[in-house]
Design a protein around this ligand. Structure first.
Ligand code: DOR
Ligand code: ZN
Length: 454
């Protein structure tokens, strides 16, 4: 995309501070940052009174394309991302076919390149029969590898410990990140059987089928494997206080383990099953107040490194079955991620500078796409989300852009309103309107260096 955009008078928020600076973007790349910048031929966007953040990098989305496009497709999913201020998504591999070879990764890339409204990276998946394919998938441009240790959508079997340790060895050797769904498969099966025996099938009982110990065991194992091999892990959708404690200790010992949580675990507890039923069936499940508090402490204290959406769309029929065991797990979130975290900051729960850190910089670093993505600095892609902090907004399910608009946040009032989303110097959202055609591109890791988060 050629042309220049000059964002003037905005207040720029990065992890290291808040300051008033103009941003000049030329041909998609940030050319200059400074006071009173001028450029004759540039389109000028007046950001006076507005906050300017790096575009969000959501490292955890399931856009369901290909194979499950009745739930979501890459067009609807990336439009939703754009409306939510997310300019880069990292797409999970539990599509059909699962992304378990370089060939399938290549095919998925080609398919999605024609449908993307925002930039995207692709995960490969690891299971017991494709460990030897990891290096080739990595060379093909996989952004990292997802490992499902527990049962969930897609029914991808958990790898054995033998495969898992090899994956960590490969991670240490090649420098890629393993993103782990940390629940112990057998323990989930065990507790699920126990709960089913009671005859209950209401959503309220769901957390008892996957209690905290399932996550605690898996996180301990991951930390041990990372310690032994020097491999790098991101624990996705961390939900328990036990996991936060384990990750805190591991970080003290310089083990390369990073922590993601999601708005749902910060904002809701298992009480929500009473109100919202199977809509909030997710894996791992919503937990107790002490877990929620531990996640907030972890977020404030630098243990939680990133907040991802775990955007996991399903059809209305799949979500509204009147039996929790049959209902699908997951709900949409890519469009509400940034607004919910912005709201938390504007209410004073976290400092504003935490937003660019956990929604942009850290996820980009963890997956080797920083500083091109996730930062406002010269030479980086001109990806921005510009918000009016004085406005309020009410999240309305029927105004969202996913295929199936089922959200637990329907009717929730949030502080702050996204005014513009800018992708590589081009406005894609302007005051609640989608104003550009598909221009999303495939991105792959640009650095294989060690990851240190500030
Ligand atoms: O609730 C969930 N839904 N958790 C997962 O781990 C997977 C996701 C999905 O793909 O539906
Ligand atoms: Zn997920």
């Amino acid at each position: 995309m050629s042309g220049s955009l000059l964002v003037k008078n905005g207040v720029i928020v990065t992890s290291t501070g808040i300051q008033r600076l103009d941003i000049l973007i030329i041909d998609g790349v940030i050319e200059a940052l400074g006071r009173d910048l001028r450029r004759e031929d540039a389109e000028v966007l007046d950001a006076g009174g507005l906050l300017v953040f790096p575009g969000a990098v959501d490292e955890h989305v399931h856009m369901r394309d290909p194979g499950l496009t009745y739930k979501e497709d890459f067009e609807t999913g990336t439009i939703a991302a754009a409306f939510g201020g997310v300019t880069t998504i990292l797409e999970m591999p539990n599509t059909l076919p699962p992304v378990d070879s370089a060939k399938i990764l290549r095919e998925k890339r080609t398919l999605l390149e024609n449908k993307a409204y925002v930039d995207f990276g692709l995960y490969g998946v690891l299971h017991d029969s494709n460990i030897d394919d990891l290096p080739e998938m990595w060379m093909e441009g996989a952004v990292g590898f997802k490992i499902f240790l527990g049962p969930t959508t897609g029914n991808i079997p958990a790898p054995s410990d033998k495969t898992l340790i090899k994956a960590f060895e490969e991670s240490a050797a090649h420098g890629f990140t393993l993103a782990l769904h940390a629940e112990n498969y057998k323990l989930v099966e065990h507790y699920t059987e126990n709960v089913k025996k009671t005859g209950r099938n209401d959503a309220d009982v769901y957390p008892d089928s996957r209690p905290n110990i399932c996550e605690e065991e898996a996180v301990s194992r991951i930390i041990l494997f990372a310690k032994k091999t020097g491999g790098r892990a991101l624990i996705v959708h961390t939900s328990t206080n036990e996991a936060v404690s384990l990750i805190r200790e591991a970080k003290m010992r310089n083990i390369k383990v990073f922590c993601e949580t999601c708005p749902q675990y910060l904002l809701m507890t298992r009480e929500a099953y009473r109100r919202l039923g199977t809509l909030v069936k997710i894996n791992p499940p919503l937990r107790d107040e002490k877990d929620r508090e531990a996640l907030w402490d972890g977020l404030r204290g630098g243990i939680v490194d990133t907040v991802g959406s775990d955007h996991a769309p399903h059809s209305y029929e799949e979500k509204t079955v009147n039996n929790v065991w049959e209902a699908a797990a997951g709900f949409i979130g890519v469009e509400t991620l940034f607004p919910l975290i912005l709201d938390s900051a504007l209410r004073g729960l976290i400092p504003l500078e935490k937003i660019p850190l956990v929604l942009s910089e850290n996820p980009a670093r963890i997956f080797g796409i920083y500083p091109r993505k996730g930062s406002i600095t010269t030479g980086a892609d001109g990806d921005l989300v510009i918000v009016d902090p004085t406005r309020e907004n009410t999240i309305k399910a029927d105004k969202l852009h996913s295929k199936h608009r089922l959200t637990p946040y329907d009717g929730v009032k949030v502080k702050g309103r996204i005014k513009y989303t800018i992708l590589r110097g081009v406005k894609i959202i302007d005051d609640g309107e989608l104003v550009n055609e598909k221009m999303g591109r495939f991105i792959k890791p640009i650095t294989r260096d060690d990851v240190t988060l500030t």
